[in-house]
Design a protein around this ligand. Structure first.
Ligand code: 5AD
Ligand code: SF4
Length: 476
């Protein structure tokens, strides 16, 4: 695929725009959309673009399924649990459709890129009007128009050959959930084929947005008052625009004003010293490194096709600690990968202790159809996987508590998420490390200065494994 082919053509975007007034005149006034999102931040970002298209088509937002005239479920396929949840939500559409015949229902996202799920949906969920894959968002106006004018479930997935699907549509309208936190996708897809992971099959090959498009979007967000901007990609280190990822990140964090730039997710095999140096040097880059290790055992890492050893991982983690002692490091771990022995899992527990992760996202291994690991002999029994999960979670609780206790008495710059408990005057916010902190205001502190989207200094009074508590400081 050449560079230009990964972008949706101007003609196609124009053709889609042509459906917008047609939908508008068909639906009339006061129709409502409801989008429910499952899974990762990439899906959340995609849903914000779908919401943008719904609004220009004339729909207003509702959170209530029974009030909605257009329902879209944006699904996840990373683990079986996520898919089962989406399917059970899909089942509930039947009643809603019976109650409102004119309701349009759609399912999109990663689950739809799997043929067996599409077959299942078209056979067993006839009340779903249309389904669409991860690179068809820009075609929503045409899909809604077709559903309004023709009967019968339709599937819209990539038209490109397998493993090449995935195109980028620039300039789509966006309705952001937050007025001060924003996702900015910089790349889509993944080429790594970790043996357990379905992402390369449901999101296609890596393709990057142009650096100038990304930077323009960030600059506009900063001008609009956004304070926390996350650059998103399955593996941001593989970003291939006009700039390298570290340079893009540095530039994204170089506009005027107080704001933070984060990024998700970084693959340990590609996380470079240059990236860590750029993070350390630029105060607008949040001091949080999410670096999924998945396992601490070299044989398992090899079977996972991760492309690094535990020693290489540790070297990078120690370099982060050396350059940015204040930074939080978080990680993902899979418990019970096929053939993993107790001794090999001990190596995972050991690496978790050695790095001392600030936060850990622990998962029970879930076989995914079509992946290499799902076909491996030596699948680990469910109760063994969950026992390992419980053991690691208990260990991480102690580690996180120990790290957080060291924060007591220290002051952090916090981006407020506003008041969460009005009776007790408790606010919540996030530190640059992405840790949640609840805080109260001292007497005389103007509440508007602690409203959502404001930065303020908070001194930590208490710490637990997953919670910091403090008091806002009045500036001298
Ligand atoms: N089973 C369990 N966890 C998985 N992840 C990805 N695929 C699987 C799977 N098949 C986890 C990885 C990844 C995170 C987003 O989800 O830890 O980093
Ligand atoms: Fe999945 Fe590995 Fe790609 Fe992450 S890097 S999305 S775990 S294949």
């Amino acid at each position: 695929m050449t560079k230009n082919e990964i972008f949706v053509s101007a003609e196609e975007l124009e053709r889609q725009r042509g459906f917008i007034p047609r939908v508008r005149s068909l639906i009339g006034e006061e129709k409502k959309y409801c989008i429910q999102t499952f899974g990762c931040q990439q899906n959340e970002a995609d849903s914000e673009r779908l919401a943008g298209l719904c609004v220009v088509m004339g729909y207003c937002k509702t959170e209530s399924l029974s009030e909605a005239d257009l329902i879209i479920y944006n699904t996840c396929a990373i683990r079986e649990h996520a898919e089962l949840k989406a399917l059970s939500k899909a089942g509930q559409l039947k009643k809603l459709k019976e109650a409102k015949r004119s309701l349009i229902t759609a399912i999109c996202g990663c689950m739809i890129e799997q043929e067996h799920r599409r077959t299942q949906l078209s056979k067993s969920y006839p009340y779903v009007d249309f389904v669409f894959g991860t690179d068809r968002h820009h075609a929503l106006p045409e899909m809604v128009y077709t559903a309004l004018t023709q009967k019968g479930a339709k599937a819209h997935v990539s038209s490109l050959p397998h493993n090449e699907f995935g195109i980028i549509a620039e300039g789509l309208p966006v309705v952001r959930e937050s007025s001060y936190k924003a996702w900015v996708s910089i790349m889509y897809g993944c080429n790594n084929f970790c043996s357990y992971c379905v992402v390369p099959y449901v999101r296609g090959r890596e393709r990057s947005r142009r650096s100038e498009d990304v930077l323009k979007e960030v600059e506009n967000l900063v001008k609009m008052g956004y304070k926390d901007i996350t650059l998103l990609g399955q593996n941001v280190n593989s970003y291939r625009g006009d700039y390298s990822f570290p340079e893009l990140l540095d530039r994204a964090a170089s506009f005027d004003g107080e704001y933070r730039v984060r990024f998700m997710t970084s693959h340990p095999k590609d996380a470079s010293k240059e990236l860590i140096d750029v993070m350390a040097a630029n105060p607008r880059i949040a001091k949080h490194f999410h670096l999924p290790v998945q396992s601490g055992d070299n044989r398992i890492l090899k079977l996972m096709n991760r492309g690094y050893t535990r020693e290489e991982y540790l070297k990078k983690a120690y370099y982060i600690r050396e350059k940015m002692p204040e930074a939080a490091i978080s990680s993902d771990i899979i418990c019970g990968f096929p053939t993993e022995t107790e001794a090999e899992f001990d190596n995972t527990v050991d690496i978790v202790e050695k790095v001392g992760f600030d936060m850990l996202f622990t998962f029970v291994y879930s076989p995914r159809k079509g992946t290499v690991a799902a076909e491996m002999e030596g699948q680990v029994p469910h109760e063994v996987k969950t026992a390992r999960f419980a053991r690691l979670s208990a260990k991480e609780n102690l580690i996180a508590e120990g790290i957080n206790k060291q924060s007591v008495g220290k002051t952090f710059r916090v981006l407020s998420d506003g008041i969460v408990n009005p009776e007790d005057g408790i606010y919540s916010g996030r530190t640059t490390q992405n840790k949640i902190i609840s805080f109260s205001l001292p007497e005389g502190f103007a509440p508007e200065k602690a409203a959502a989207g404001h930065f303020l200094d908070v001194k930590v009074d208490h710490a637990q494994a997953y919670a910091l508590t403090g008091t806002a400081l009045t500036k001298d």
